[in-house]
Design a protein around this ligand. Structure first.
Ligand code: PLP
Length: 417
């Protein structure tokens, strides 16, 4: 009751996770006869009935290709697809829906920008700046672009608490830096990076910034205009929507300036045998048929999250991660990685004397799904000096009871070591 009053005072609704769970059919599944405790949400979240219904509705009521037909179904599908773009625009606070490009996901969006920059912006001797805590998806495309053009990849390190060494940022930006790419929230450490400040510093030096929001949009309210970043990418499947759909936000000035990188139907105004006139953004970056039903369902996922409220989601997940950290600290022999405060969405840890894979396998026997391994962030593992970690990651449907089950499971494993 005290928490509810506090939440009301701050202007948001407390989350009733037990009630929310009823929206997710898969959570009724049993694993080895035990109720499923799903704590692998950073890899992908489950989908609520509202999203699944919308996906089926698209195929049963309006399935048709978009932008290409004058017939009623096509017009309805086009309306739903462009409506979804507008929903995304409002969700991330973009100025215009023309700044919202549908992609297959975060990796696809980063590759799109890295490919275009490699072709048109990055030259031999130039520099690209990333950070030491990037997911491979926000590292390898830049590595490859630099290798191909003879450019230099520079890396902003993180400190012992898992926070970026932002005091080194200014010194790493030079007049050769063509772009900086960094994650908003680390998928291993849970660190929420001070993106707004980093963007301000980079842009004051004329350097555009791409923000990987794959682990942010489902946990905190994102406003791309407030961040003032040039590009922002995320995946639908990590925010209660289907796989195969994601978003690349780009500032209009950039999208107008950049050439397309894939060619085909739907991205042109006119075509003759020797030349084509490209459409304006976002269409010039969306050659071919997109993930239509998935885009429409992404809008349903946004509607679902909005109906719960981002502030409530943030507070709920903060409580779960603090609770897990407290419980793990009480077990002994557990190392938790990442910042002691302000962690978002994930808690990565290791149990002394046990390989993370063994911990994950034993937890699975108890019906508890966590992720184990390098989490597509091998440089982070190298920096931590570990072969991998166990990672619990949260969603709006996780409960305190599940945190107790995980902590109890880790305690049991500790006892048999
Ligand atoms: N960036 C971060 C921070 C991630 O956590 C992930 C996936 O876990 C990705 C990028 C890649 O996302 P996707 O596989 O949806 O493209």
């Amino acid at each position: 009751m005290v928490l509810t009053a506090l939440a009301e005072e701050k202007g948001f609704k407390m989350i009733n996770a037990e009630k929310i769970r009823l929206d997710f059919p898969i959570l009724e599944e049993k694993v080895g006869g035990k109720p499923l405790v799903y704590l692998d949400n950073a890899a992908t979240t489950h989908k609520p009935g509202a999203v699944l219904d919308r996906l089926i509705e698209f195929y049963t009521r309006m399935n048709s290709n978009v932008h290409r037909g004058v017939h009623s179904l096509s017009r309805e599908a086009s309306g739903a697809y462009e409506g979804a773009r507008e929903t995304v625009r409002s969700f991330i606070g973009a100025r215009s829906a023309k700044e919202v490009i549908f992609t297959r996901g975060t990796t696809d969006g980063i590759n799109l920008i890295a490919d275009i920059f490699r072709e048109t912006v990055i030259n031999a001797g130039d520099e690209v700046l990333v950070t030491e805590m990037e997911h491979h998806s926000n590292l390898i495309p830049w590595q490859a672009a630099c290798a191909k053009k003879g450019a230099v990849l520079k890396v902003l390190p993180f400190d012992g608490e898992g926070r970026l060494k932002t005091d080194e940022l200014d010194g790493m930006l030079t007049d050769k830096t063509r772009i900086m790419a960094l994650s908003y929230i680390s998928n291993v450490l849970g660190t929420e990076n001070p993106v707004k400040d980093i963007v301000r510093t980079a842009r004051s030096r004329g350097v555009p910034v791409l923000v990987d929001g794959a682990q942010a949009v489902q946990h905190i309210k994102v406003d791309v205009r407030e961040l003032d970043c040039d590009f922002f990418v995320f995946s639908g499947h990590k925010m209660y929507a289907p796989t195969g759909i994601g978003v690349l936000y780009g500032k209009k000035e950039w999208l107008d300036r950049l050439s397309p990188y894939r060619y085909g139907g739907g991205m042109v105004n006119s075509v003759s045998l020797d030349r084509s006139e490209y459409a304006e953004a976002p269409f010039k970056f969306e050659a071919g048929t997109g993930s239509l039903a998935e885009a429409v369902s992404l809008a349903a996922a946004i509607g679902y999250m909005d109906s719960i409220g981002m502030e409530g989601i943030k507070e709920h997940e903060r409580r779960l991660s603090e609770m897990l950290c407290e419980r793990l600290a009480g077990i002994g022999g557990v190392t938790v990685y990442g910042p002691p405060s302000g962690r978002r969405g994930v808690v990565s840890f290791n149990l002394e004397g046990a390989h993370p894979y063994d911990v994950g396998t034993l937890l699975d026997k108890m019906g508890i799904a966590v992720r184990t391994g390098t989490h597509c962030a091998e440089p982070v593992m190298k920096r931590l000096g570990v072969p991998g970690t166990v990672r619990a990651s949260f969603a709006v449907y996780n409960t305190e009871k599940e945190i107790e089950k995980l902590a109890g499971g880790v305690k049991k494993i500790r006892a048999i070591l």
